[in-house]
Ligand binder design. Structure first.
Ligand code: FDA
Length: 304
């Protein structure tokens, strides 16, 4: 049943039609628990609150799978505006983005030129840009583009998903170039030909990747709400004498806030992923897919 629900929400999240409809009606169904707002101002306010609690943030202007050059340019503009707002408000935040929103499906050259415009502003405002990882079809193109950009900028990092069989090899190669990686379990619906179907295998793979990348000496963002993994990672970090400046924990806005606070109290660097914007639907569906309990939360909100 759980598997079916996961599959249902992930498929629904990819529907442009339903996404378009959701966009018209604004943040509904309790999505505001996971999405900071539709406008940049509300997301900056959310970041200010997080900063007061001792947490850093990464802002994501929501959007994915666009179909025209104009849309790619609009997304680029929104990313640049986000970086400019971070600089103007002085909040402690960087930027996360999805390459499909910058036209990756329309051609890697178009996407590269959009990324370069964003990185130019990141350089000027002394900031950092993280490329989120999307579904498997975009993994290699994203890594190729990341390598190209990384050759001329150290203000860019990428995400690696533990559910993919290929990730161990990817992390090994990326470790050699001192890549700044965010490690996650993986949020998309992938076939067993490319990804571990069993959660226990994903969890084990995840821990292996964390250890592997930390040992390479490269910066590691451990992005999970899994208490056991966090405990194991903390023990490994202690045993290996890894400096606090070489890693951070990351969690999603509105999820496991107690755990976020605990880590801050223990003196760890904690960064919260803060999504905002009109295109909240796909992101919201992935959060529902991760945890069936959230569906009750939606049902309760339907009548509000
Ligand atoms: P797991 O799914 O095992 O959950 C552990 C516990 O966390 C659960 O028992 C529950 O208590 C809590 N929890 C997890 N998800 C929840 C939810 N939706 N609602 C309420 N509680 C929840 N993925 C991807 O494919 N590409 C990407 O670029 C990113 N980027 C990213 C950034 C950041 C900062 C985070 C934290 C995560 C991502 N992800 C991602 C998502 C990631 O792949 C994964 O789907 C989620 O983090 C859920 O997995 P956990 O590691 O939390 O473990």
């Amino acid at each position: 049943m759980e598997k079916l629900m996961r599959s249902f929400f992930l498929t629904l999240g990819k529907s442009r039609r339903v996404g378009g409809l959701a966009r018209k009606y604004g943040l509904r169904l309790g999505a505001s628990r996971f999405v900071a707002g539709v406008e940049i101002n509300s997301s900056i306010e959310a970041v200010k609150k997080l900063n007061k609690q001792g947490k850093m943030a990464t802002l994501d202007h929501l959007g994915e799978f666009i179909s025209s050059k104009q849309e790619a340019e609009h997304s680029t503009e929104m990313c640049r505006r986000t970086l400019a707002s971070i600089a103007a408000s002085g909040v402690n935040a960087n930027l996360s983005l999805k390459l499909t929103s910058l036209g990756l499906d329309l051609g890697s050259e178009l996407c590269e030129s959009q990324m370069r415009r964003i990185l130019e502003l990141a350089e000027q405002t002394d900031n950092f840009v993280r490329i989120d990882m999307e579904d498997y079809a975009h993994c290699q193109p994203a890594l190729d583009l990341y390598q190209k950009l990384r050759a001329s900028s150290d203000r860019v990092g990428i995400v690696i998903q533990a559910y993919l069989y290929r990730s161990e090899q990817d992390v090994q190669e990326l470790g050699l170039t001192n890549a700044n990686l965010r490690l996650v379990k993986g949020a998309y619906k992938e076939p067993k030909e490319v990804a571990f179907p069993l959660k226990t295998d994903v969890d084990q793979s995840y821990m292996r990747l964390i250890e592997q990348h930390l040992l390479s000496g490269s910066y590691t963002a451990i992005a999970t709400h899994d208490r056991d993994v966090i405990q194991q990672a903390k023990a490994f970090i202690r045993d290996q004498g890894i400096p606090v400046s070489q890693f951070e924990f990351q969690m999603l806005y509105g999820i496991c806030e107690e755990l976020q606070d605990e880590l801050v109290l223990e003196g760890y660097r904690v960064r919260i992923y803060v999504p905002y914007g009109e295109d909240w639907f796909g992101y919201f569906m992935r959060r529902l897919a991760e945890r069936p309990d959230n569906v009750w939360f939606v049902l309760k909100n339907m009548w509000k």
